[in-house]
Design a protein around this ligand. Structure first.
Ligand SMILES: [Zn+2]
Length: 418
């Protein structure tokens, strides 16, 4: 089994964590910000140092490619260098720099691959500056229209299109990732399961389906001191009732269903005023879409009147469970086993670029443990040892895929085409 250079990978992780460093081990590296541009510059510098050719597409996605021996589509790896505000050093960055380290190892050992090997940095994965998340992989996969994305603006009113133009990273449409033999994304788990079970590698079979709704309760605003309780239409207490009711019903569904009320708004949101409207979101995620459908039914069948308040709900968005390519999942699993790492097959609860890429390129993911499951915060942590194990699995997966005969054909699972 081949292994990457652990020290060098650690050096890369440390180097990239200096771009947008928060001083508390985290990074703030919003997409196309000065900090992100510095990280991109470093990505290009290292790629060229290794001898890779770098191209940029019209969404600012970066591709660093090592040529292959044969005229075949590339095997691609990658993730994203952007972060949320006060995010972690490993989220996204690991998948990109591990890709560089994998290619450097291949070059250094004089391993000749049949396929070209490409490392990708996807633009604006986090969606923290420009909504939505996974913007550029979404455009590549045809999930989002580029014209709409160019109009998405940050809090300062600058559009993604303007930021892209100014950055100098508005490249050619022709450089987009059109076909590839495989795409493999190494990422931190961003959850506690691997650490909790003392496992080193997550073999990711797909991304959980989900549904997200906004529920609104409309009542009547009035003075908090002068309006007797029986004469009120108070949507806040009505919402509280509905939330408790939802939790009671959701608990009856399979216990690996996850659900969250993440946002709640009261209007006018003044402590001396009974609100006239309260809205809150509820989202649920599970691998089995039948379970998600049950949640949807539950929400759609909520009473229309609660405590004299009017209830309505609307679906904000959802996604079907994405199944990754079985051959690649298998290659990841076998690589982990051959390296002697304890692994677990699991689904990702979080969204990743790989989920969109999987709609037109055979794809899979590798997870490494997140300490305490923390992510999107400055104290997000994965030991350099665990990062290196993930990179070892990535390296061996890529080499295994390169040797396997059937890879040339684009074996996209039918269900991923939707
Ligand atoms: Zn990420």
């Amino acid at each position: 089994m081949e292994k990457i250079n652990r020290q060098r990978l650690q050096g890369l992780l440390e180097q990239f964590s200096s771009f947008g460093a928060t001083g508390k081990n985290g990074v703030s590296r919003l997409s196309l910000s000065e900090e992100d541009l510095a990280a991109r510059g470093k990505f290009i510098e290292i790629s060229e140092e290794i001898g890779l050719s770098v191209t940029v597409d019209d969404m600012g996605n970066l591709y660093a490619t090592l040529p292959g021996k044969e005229d075949l589509p590339p095997i691609a790896m990658g993730s994203h260098l952007d972060s949320v505000v006060k995010g972690g050093r490993f989220d996204g960055t690991l998948g990109v720099v591990a890709g560089l380290e994998v290619v450097r190892t291949i070059v250094e050992r004089n391993v000749e691959t049949k396929h070209p090997i490409t490392v990708i940095n996807f633009t604006n994965e986090e969606g923290a500056r420009f909504d939505p998340a996974m913007m550029s992989s979404g455009v590549l996969a045809g999930k989002f229209a580029k014209e709409d994305m160019l109009q998405s603006s940050d809090t300062e009113g600058m559009t993604f299109g303007q930021a892209l133009e100014q950055s100098g990273y508005a490249g050619e449409v022709g450089n987009r990732l059109k076909e590839a033999a495989a795409f493999v994304e190494l990422h931190i788990e961003q959850g506690p399961v691997l650490e909790h079970n003392a496992e080193e590698i997550g073999v990711i079979e797909g991304v959980m389906g989900m549904a997200c709704y906004e529920i609104s309760l409309k009542g009547e605003s009035n003075h908090a001191g002068t309006t007797p309780i029986p004469m009120r239409k108070d949507p806040m207490f009505a919402s509280a009732q509905i939330m408790v009711e939802l939790q009671r019903e959701l608990k009856k569904l399979p216990e690996d269903l996850v659900y969250t009320i993440g946002r709640i708004n009261a209007y006018p949101n003044i402590h001396t005023v009974i609100p006239n409207e309260v809205t809150f979101t509820i989202e649920a995620r599970h691998t089995n879409m039948d379970v998600i459908r049950q949640v949807e039914k539950m929400i759609e069948h909520l009473p229309k009147m609660v405590e004299r308040c009017m209830l309505s709900s609307r679906k904000l968005w959802g996604r079907d469970t994405v199944e990754f390519n079985r051959d690649i999942v298998q290659a990841v699993s076998e690589s982990a086993e051959a390296l002697g790492f304890k692994s677990r097959k699991m689904y990702s609860g979080a969204g990743h670029d790989a989920q969109f890429i999987a709609s037109y390129i055979p794809a899979a993911m590798i997870f490494v443990p997140s300490a305490k499951g923390y992510s999107h915060r400055e104290d997000e942590y994965t030991s350099f040892e665990d990062c290196a194990k993930g990179a070892d699995v990535l390296l061996n997966t890529v080499l295994k895929l390169d040797r396997s005969a059937g890879l040339q054909e684009n074996k996209v699972l039918e269900e991923n085409r939707a």
